[in-house]
Design a binder for this molecule. Structure first.
Ligand code: FAD
Length: 413
């Protein structure tokens, strides 16, 4: 048995960065990955372009992680977005900042990110053991034993667990780390889907599959409360709604759905116009296009495929001439343009969520080091820690930052 200073479990963003940092500090590091390659999930991030971080400041990052935000403060201070961009630049990968501060590799290739991480592991002498699925960590005579599924045991002074969440299982993150940590006495905050498409009740959803709406605003209404988005994009699917605006509010909607059977989603299709402005626009249109049938008149107001359903909802015959539309119908059109209704009753399962909510309770991890408060010498990093952020590069930065901090602290302990 070959003793290592540090064993890292999981070759995702967090584990790779932890291994690199610990080996930079001259430790003998082994990285165990269950797949035959590292970074499987990174390859599918940002639709294959990898939105690796965000250009926002630390305060914004902390706010994005909600209840867990403060926990990540030290990690972000230790290794933040500029450090990450510099790290990739030093490896030969330039980055660029796009709208909303999203950072991508200049060549738009997630594969290059993985390639650079692999190069850094090699340059720093990290030993990578592929096809090594860890099933248990056991404290043993002052060190920790890492046991793999196929019966190998590896001893290390410190262990960094970075096995990711429990979604997109084909990438390797199937939630193993939660069972391993639970066995060691850690509390797992119930796992929930985060950044997940929402399921609607309306049977006509299928008709709208693939319709994409840009420059719209969404509001979720529950009881007397409302939860609104910025202006952005939404996509109808055969089961409901997806797209950036929906994904970003999905965790909050799922929390609301624990107390309410359903939530009303209201889509403001014209967020830039107030009711009066819309009314005068429509009146003008009715005047110049009075002889045109309704569904044709609506063409420059709504995407073609939404028009039929929109008029059906209002009980307006789509072949009615525009000059036959009554004042009440005009008002209803305006009302529905400002709040097109959909009933949300749930989400797709955790497997299809971009991130996993819940995880190792932050109460049981020291935020200054990422070390377990229960098992000395065991550290956690990445998505397996409780707390997620909306899309925009925040989640990968969390993985890189907590990985770096865990690697550094485990090496210096
Ligand atoms: C479709 C999709 C798109 C996304 N896009 C973005 C984006 O553009 N920007 C962003 O910031 N975030 C994005 N995310 C989220 C982001 O990918 C994760 O937050 C991030 O990858 C978490 O990194 P991690 O290292 O903690 O976990 P993972 O990347 O999940 O890595 C965990 C690793 O551990 C390995 N492992 C698991 N169990 C074991 C075991 N028992 N033994 C050994 N190895 C094990 C796995 O095989 C895996 O390689 C996206 C997620 C998805 C699903």
């Amino acid at each position: 048995m070959k003793p290592y200073d540090i064993a890292v479990i999981g070759g995702g963003a967090a584990g790779i960065m932890a291994a690199i940092r610990a080996s930079q500090l001259k430790k003998k590091v082994v990285l165990l990955e269950r797949n035959d390659a590292i970074g499987r999930k990174i390859l599918i991030t940002g639709k294959g372009r990898c939105n690796l971080t965000n250009a926002a400041d630390i305060a914004t990052f902390i706010e994005k992680f909600g209840k867990s935000g403060e926990f990540f403060r030290t990690a972000f201070h230790t290794f933040f977005n500029a450090d990450l961009m510099e790290f990739f630049q030093s490896l030969g990968l330039e980055t660029k900042v796009e709208r909303q501060g999203r950072v991508f590799p200049v060549n738009d290739k997630a594969a290059s990110v993985v390639e650079m991480l692999k190069k850094a592991l090699e340059e720093n002498g990290v030993e990578v053991l592929y096809d090594s699925r860890v099933k248990e960590i056991r404290p043993c005579a002052g060190s920790l034993l890492v046991a793999t599924e196929d019966g190998r045991e590896i001893a290390a002074s410190k262990v960094i667990a970075a096995t990711g969440g429990a979604s997109y299982k084909a990438t390797g993150s199937s939630g193993d780390g939660f069972a391993i940590a639970e066995k060691l006495g850690h509390k797992i905050v119930p796992l929930t889907p985060g950044l997940v498409p929402l399921v609607a009740k309306e049977p006509w959803m299928k008709e709208l599959q693939g319709v994409a709406l840009e420059n719209i605003r969404i509001t979720f209404e529950y009881g007397k409360k409302r939860l609104s988005s910025d202006v952005g994009e939404l996509m109808f699917t055969h089961f409901g709604v997806s797209g950036p605006l929906v994904l970003d509010l999905s965790s909050q909607v799922m929390t609301i759905l624990k107390e309410h059977k359903e939530v009303r989603l209201l889509i403001d299709l014209k967020p830039g116009l107030r009711d009066e402005q819309l009314e005068s626009k429509l009146l003008h249109k009715f005047k110049i296009k009075g002889n045109i049938i309704c569904k044709n008149m609506m063409k420059d107001i709504l995407p073609q495929r939404l028009i039929t359903r929109f008029l059906k909802l209002l009980d307006i015959n789509e072949n009615l001439r525009t000059n036959q539309i009554t004042q009440a119908q005009r008002r209803a059109i305006i009302r529905t343009l400002k709040s097109f209704p959909v009933t949300i009753a749930g989400s797709l399962p955790l497997e299809e969520a971009m991130v996993t909510g819940g995880g190792i309770s932050i109460k049981e991890i020291d935020p200054r080091t990422m070390e377990s408060r229960l098992v000395p010498g065991l550290y956690f990093a990445g998505e397996m820690i409780e707390g997620t952020a909306p899309s925009g590069g925040y989640n990968l930065q969390q993985a890189f930052s907590t990985g770096y901090l865990a690697g550094e602290k485990a090496a210096n302990a």
